[in-house]
Write a protein that binds this ligand. Structure first.
Ligand code: FES
Length: 311
């Protein structure tokens, strides 16, 4: 006897009752064990192959009356999975039903999915509890730099004797020790622009108020006094963090010019042109009696209007 095909007409002893919509395969023997028949009323019944008398090309003849088939319990789709879902699609190679829905019975254990999921989650939870004491110190070590407080150490960058003219940006270089994640501590070269501002530029920088620098908890770190003429600007352009220069512009005169996307700032750090979202970032600065100048190195998030410290 051939194998029943999907869409075959199902004929009982007394009349046609519907068509084959699925076949159920025994995963061990690879034989079709049942056909699923969709009756005229739209419901489905699972019919064992022992009821099948003959399988013709497009018709399956049953050795039963239509009333016997209608009396069978309805087919429960949830008790089966497709051969593709359980990755035994090779079963279909032995069948004449391709393309179509070939089902295999769901293992009994799978049916109790809630219980199984509970035990699976429980096992995972135990695993995490056992592993946590071992993983925690490693994670802490790796993540420590991320949560380290900002470094507010004063760094000496040079002497203001280097500044010969007022309202002219002068670049100072300094070295800073950095520690990133698990990498060993290293030293990087950084730059800061310092100018000796005339009262009018100073007014534009501070707009009549001292500038306070606070840590995330609100604690005051330092105040740049509005009447101290030395102003320090972070060496990074607030647009995307490029290094900018002090340059002569053909119409604007002397300006800070960022070559990356041509943001232009005046001596007070105000944006004159280009995509920069905010003025240059002023840094805490103090000048000793002998002219030595120190700054607190701070970095702020680039590309945004507000000043958000990130380092
Ligand atoms: S980074 Fe300076 S203008 Fe874009």
């Amino acid at each position: 006897m051939g194998q029943p095909k999907l869409k075959s007409l199902v004929r009982c002893k007394d009349r046609d009752v519907g068509e084959v919509t699925k076949v159920i395969v025994d995963p061990l023997s690879h034989d079709v064990s049942h056909i699923v028949v969709k009756l005229d009323d739209g419901t489905e019944r699972q019919v064992g192959m022992e009821c099948v008398r003959t399988v013709l090309d497009a018709v399956v003849e049953l050795d039963a009356l239509s009333s016997d088939i209608a009396a069978l319990p309805p087919f429960v789709r949830a008790d089966y999975v497709t051969t593709r879902e359980v990755e035994i699609s090779h079963l279909e190679d032995h069948l004449d039903v391709i393309p179509g829905e070939v089902l295999v019975p769901l293992p009994a254990l799978e049916k109790d999915i809630k219980r199984r999921t509970f035990f699976m989650n429980f096992t995972h939870a135990i695993g995490i509890l056992i592993g946590l004491p071992m993983v925690y110190p490693v994670l802490r070590y790796l993540m420590k730099p991320m949560y380290a407080p900002f470094d507010n150490e004063w760094l000496k960058v040079g002497n203001v004797g280097k500044i010969k003219e007022e309202d002219v940006g002068v670049q100072f270089q300094y070295k800073k020790k950095v520690k990133e994640a698990y990498m060993p501590e290293s030293e990087i070269e950084k730059t800061v622009w310092i100018l000796k501002a005339t009262p009018s530029v100073l007014e534009q920088v501070y707009q009549g108020k001292d500038q306070e620098f606070r840590d995330p908890s609100g604690r005051l770190i330092w105040t740049n006094k509005k009447d101290v003429p030395y102003v320090a600007f972070s060496g990074k352009c607030p647009h995307l963090g490029c290094a900018y220069k002090w340059r002569q512009h053909k119409t604007l005169g002397q300006v800070f010019l960022c070559p990356c996307h041509l943001s232009i700032y005046d001596a007070a750090g105000k944006v004159l042109d280009g995509p920069a979202p905010r003025r240059l970032d002023a840094l805490p600065i103090r000048v000793a009696a002998n002219g030595d100048v120190e700054i607190i190195d701070m970095e702020f998030k680039a590309g945004i209007k507000s000043q958000v410290r990130i380092m």
